[in-house]
Ligand binder design. Structure first.
Ligand code: SRM
Ligand code: SF4
Length: 564
């Protein structure tokens, strides 16, 4: 596409086109003494896994004092399937101490790590150090394939290795190929591009209209909300091996509270693809799906650019036919799917003979030391001392894997003396909560989330205890705005920030991630959230049918009873 053809496209499309495959003028800007980047570079930097932010706690006072905001960068790594070797984890841990304002690390809802508060002058060192440890940030943000996620639980059945292989193969296939990353961060030799020449066989020079998310799960275990992704692959296991995948398309959570035409959508089952000996068929199908979004996605209005809107505008049948044309064969219908788990893989589990893994609850994904819990130190010491593989989960938790049985009591003791509780000491409610980052770093936050949910959880715990609901799987998720980064719209109870101290309350959903919730109340003050939920849980306890979960109760009777 030429710039002259792009009059009807959004501003960001023009920035992408002008960026010469993600170069922009970032390299030059890294040498100036400004604390921030230009608007165009800010957009291009996202493709490199970098967001420019400013500390919103300081913003007002600095403005009052006539000073510039305190600018810093957030970097997000791309870690397919969330797996890090011990040495890779330790590099993150060290970089957090050496180069971030906040001295902590954030596990994201897509199984990766963000470091917040890096000064512009330290950006290159941070990214190149990660690269030396074979970790990239390329494609962690921006309009291309984002971190490909996969159920993080380890195990000795062959399908676990196969899924791990496939998640990496898909991530590689969907990663940007531009040499810009090497030129900017790793002092790579510049490539001279002829006019019209592209280094991006899949993406071309304007990449995708919007972000694109892919997830893989084994059938039955929806620990990562596969239906919330643009492209979901559900592995069908036969005799311990992946026989094939049911392909889901068009999921996404993002909505804008002020625009009723935007909405969350669960992905639709599209087809079944057998996993032949090589996984070429799967890869070709994924690439063809991405190329449909590339060619037909909305490039004029970013609000409607995700693939879910393309599918709803043109229809799933159109999408299927287009895919069949691109891959040159008829698609098999999707298989029937059943789910029996939505919980994260917390606690001790058998990994293989004599070896276990431990899923640890990380409060709202933040790995930090506090006065009462030396979480960051304890994880660093345990991972270093016992050389454990680290797996991040999509519910912002950590799995430590490869633990020899004889080490279990030693590790438990180390955690206990650091004040880190094992999951069996935590309530079900707590284990089923998630909160997005929000303040002070997220530029889009309207209300607190990660810093507010810890105050609500004890109140919910007390309420659940009173109502004898402590063993129930009821998910509670909070976000600081309607974008949905903690996937609130399929939680049973969602608190979505609308204004400072005010939240929209959504109810229904499903703890298995298979149903969307509905907005029940708008702009509820923070201190009234739990009491607004109380009468609803009371009705649930009194009126539920045998074996009925909260989401099903709400859809059957709760909504009718409580809407007024
Ligand atoms: Fe998100 C934008 C944080 C997962 C939907 N998200 C942002 C930004 C980058 C704000 C911005 O654009 O300036 C946030 C940075 C905050 C900060 O200070 O760190 C941000 N999103 C996050 C993370 C860190 C939340 C967390 O607490 O873990 C997650 C990082 C994931 C990753 O590693 O890649 C994160 N974001 C999600 C998810 C959940 C998921 O992917 O499973 C969603 C909903 C699913 C989806 O994409 O539909 C999500 N984030 C959004 C949206 C709305 C997109 C849309 O289609 O409308 C935005 C806003 C945007 O893109 O314009 C957004
Ligand atoms: Fe920021 Fe909103 Fe995402 Fe929370 S949901 S991290 S406030 S964009």
């Amino acid at each position: 596409m030429k710039i002259t053809d792009m009059e009807k496209v959004s501003k960001i499309e023009i920035i992408k086109r002008k960026s010469r495959q993600l170069r922009g003028t970032i390299k030059e800007a890294l040498k100036d003494d400004q604390p921030k980047f230009s608007e165009d570079n800010i957009q291009v930097l996202k493709f490199h896994g970098v967001y420019q932010q400013d500390d919103r706690d300081l913003r007002k006072q600095l403005k009052k004092d006539g000073k510039e905001p305190h600018y810093s960068m957030m970097i997000r790594a791309r870690i397919p399937g969330g797996v890090l070797s011990p040495s890779q984890y330790l590099v993150f841990d060290r970089l957090a101490d050496e180069y971030t304002d906040y001295k902590n690390m954030r596990i994201t809802t897509r199984q990766t790590i963000q470091l917040h508060g890096i000064l512009k002058g330290d950006l290159k060192t941070t990214i190149s150090t990660l690269n030396e440890a074979l970790v990239t940030t390329l494609g962690a943000c921006g309009d291309s394939g984002r971190n490909t996620i996969c159920c993080a639980a380890p195990g000795d059945e062959p399908y676990r290795d196969e899924m791990n292989h496939d998640v990496n193969a898909i991530a590689e296939q969907l990663s940007a190929k531009s040499n810009a990353y090497h030129e900017i961060w790793l002092d790579g030799k510049p490539i001279q591009l002829e006019d019209g020449q592209t280094e991006e066989p899949l993406y071309g020079d304007t990449y995708l209209p919007r972000k694109f998310k892919v997830a893989i799960v084994p059938e039955g275990d929806n620990c990562l909300d596969v239906y919330d992704n643009d492209l979901g692959l559900v592995a069908h296991i036969v005799d311990g091996h992946i026989q094939g995948y049911t392909v889901l398309v068009g999921g996404g959570m993002g909505r804008l509270a002020v625009d009723q035409d935007t909405y969350p959508r669960l992905a639709s089952p599209l087809c079944y693809v057998a996993r032949s000996e090589a996984i070429d068929t799967i890869l070709n199908t994924c690439v063809a799906i991405v190329s449909i979004e590339r060619d037909f996605g909305d490039r004029a209005n970013r609000r409607f650019a995700r693939m879910k809107y393309l599918i709803d505008r043109r229809g799933l049948d159109w999408f299927r036919e287009e895919l069949e044309t691109r891959i040159g064969r008829k698609l098999e219908p999707p298989k029937h799917l059943e789910w029996n788990n939505g919980h994260d893989h917390l606690g001790w589990h058998r990994e293989r003979d004599g070896i276990s893994y431990l899923g640890l609850f990380i409060p709202y994904g933040r790995i930090k030391d506090t006065e009462t819990m030396l979480l960051k130190t304890a994880l660093r010491d345990i991972i270093k001392d016992f050389q454990l593989t680290v797996r991040f989960t999509s519910q912002q938790n950590v799995i430590l894997s490869g633990i020899a049985d004889e080490l279990r009591p030693i590790i438990e003791e180390q955690l206990s003396s650091a004040g880190v509780p094992l999951p069996d000491k935590l309530s079900n409610v707590r284990q089923n909560t998630m909160a997005c980052v929000a303040f002070p770093t997220c530029g889009l936050a309207l209300a607190e989330s990660e810093r507010a949910l810890p105050d609500l959880v004890p109140q919910f715990e007390q309420l659940f205890d009173e109502l004898n609901l402590s063993n129930e799987e009821i998910t509670i998720r909070m976000t600081g705005c309607s974008n949905g980064c903690a996937r609130p719209y399929n939680a049973n109870i969602a608190l979505v920030g609308r204004a400072p101290g005010k939240y929209d309350l959504f109810l229904g959903g499903s703890s298995l991630g298979t149903a969307l919730n509905e907005r029940f109340r708008e702009l509820v003050p923070f201190d009234q959230l739990v009491q607004t939920v109380r009468p609803i849980l009371e009705s649930f306890v009194q009126e539920r049918q045998s074996g009925e979960d909260f989401g099903s109760y709400w859809r059957r009777a709760g909504l009718k009873k409580h809407s007024c």
